[in-house]
Design a protein around this ligand. Structure first.
Ligand code: HEC
Length: 134
């Protein structure tokens, strides 16, 4: 057949289009899949550090090193190491008032570090940043 019917041409077009879509999807899986954990975690950690500097640094120092009589050092921190991501998010939302039995500094850790604008996603990124300090 010399001339293809419009229907065949349509099918061919759809066919090549599907191949392109499939190839794109596979590329995404291939590239995104393997490196996903670390690249997402490091992107989160970088965004988290940004948020940390704006909200937490007043008491914990710009890089989480802690401040005397204020926020604790968050590097190699037993509490962070021993607490799940979800529980750390909860901890940050609630803070730890000076009257709390676990409080050792006698100073409040305010809920959300005193920044009510922080979303769960923001706090998740901050947790990723704190993980990078362990
Ligand atoms: C106004 C000061 C202040 C701000 C702002 C603040 N913190 Fe704290 N944070 C504290 C204090 C004080 C403690 C220690 C309380 C205690 O004695 O147990 C603490 C404790 C912590 C702990 C537990 C450490 C441990 O070893 O028990 C984590 C984790 C933490 N803060 C994370 C954050 C994060 C993340 C932010 C920002 C969202 C933040 N803090 C903002 C004062 C602050």
């Amino acid at each position: 057949m010399k001339t293809r019917s419009p229907a065949t041409r349509f099918l061919n077009t759809v066919g090549s289009f599907s191949v392109i879509v499939l190839a794109a999807a596979l590329t995404t899986v291939a590239c995104g899949g393997g490196g996903k954990e670390s690249s997402v975690a490091s992107a989160d950690a970088a965004a988290g550090h940004d948020l940390f500097k704006r909200t937490c640094a007043t008491c914990h120092g710009p890089n989480g090193e802690g401040m005397p009589k204020l926020g604790k050092n968050l590097h190699a921190n037993e509490f962070v190491k021993g607490t799940s991501d979800a529980d750390l998010v909860e901890f940050i939302k609630l803070g730890r008032p000076a009257g709390h039995p676990d409080n050792t500094q006698g100073v409040d850790m305010p809920p959300k570090g005193g920044n009510p604008m922080l979303t769960d996603a923001d706090i998740g990124a901050i947790v990723a940043y704190m993980r990078s300090l362990q």
